[in-house]
Design a protein. Structure first.
Length: 230
């Protein structure tokens, strides 16, 4: 695992440059993108670079809430389209749902697996919506969101009571098998889980801990998120 600590702006630019390098080196490759406040900063930096090779990439949305109408501004698919896909000219887009889970995984396999996965991390260690106790050998599946995850997303939905109970997520096995992984975390609220990711034992109770053994994993942090590993 490679760890880089810098300001949010510099980290966002570094992550964007890494994504651009993969797009240029492997035209048409498959990449997985997570939605979120942290990754939005990365996508803003990436789209400002005008990387034309991104348009040919196949984009796999890491996770999605269940029960939202198509075009709902709170959905991961909508946010990623607004922040990245439409700006980069990406048209080959795959988003998981309960009905297409097997097909979603088959599309990734048809691509020869993921070249790169771009991730954030929840304060409980979830990546995608793989909550604590998710089996490491999981593929795309439906998950019951924990109260902690719902609380983290309450602002987006205008209140805790409006957050969907369920979501569909790319599985831990698929993420782990990505040839390269970038995980970005900002803020002191992520410091404890980053400490567990870096120094804790591999455990299903910290889903992101599976990435400890990934050969091509880069952890990009601001000073606040890194305060417990310095």
């Amino acid at each position: 695992m490679k760890i880089i600590i810098d300001s949010q702006d510099k980290i966002s630019s570094m992550a964007a440059s890494m994504i651009a390098e993969h797009a240029k080196a492997k035209p048409g490759c498959a990449m997985a993108f997570a939605a979120g406040r942290t990754t939005k900063k990365v996508y803003d930096a990436l789209t400002a670079m005008n990387v034309k090779e991104l348009a040919g990439c196949k984009a796999f949305t890491v996770c999605e809430y269940e029960g939202l109408e198509e075009g709902d501004a709170r959905s991961c698919a909508y946010r990623l389209n607004e922040e990245l896909y439409s700006k980069a000219g990406i048209t080959q887009i795959f988003t998981p749902n309960a009905e297409n889970a097997d097909k979603f995984d088959a599309e990734i396999e048809k691509c020869g697996g993921l070249e790169l996965a771009v991730l954030g991390i929840g304060t409980n260690g979830h990546i995608g919506f793989n909550e604590p106790a998710t089996p490491y050998d999981s593929y795309t599946h439906t998950v019951l969101l924990t109260d902690k995850t719902k609380q983290m997303n309450a602002e987006l939905f205008g209140g805790l009571e409006n957050v969907p109970d369920n979501a569909v997520t790319m599985g831990l096995k698929t993420i782990c098998e990505s040839k390269n992984v970038i995980l970005v975390a900002f803020g002191s609220e992520k410091a404890e889980i980053i400490h567990q990711l870096v120094y804790g034992k591999t455990s299903t109770y910290v889903p992101a801990a599976m990435l400890q053994m990934h050969m091509n994993m880069t952890l990009l942090l601001d000073d606040a998120a890194a305060e417990k590993i310095k």
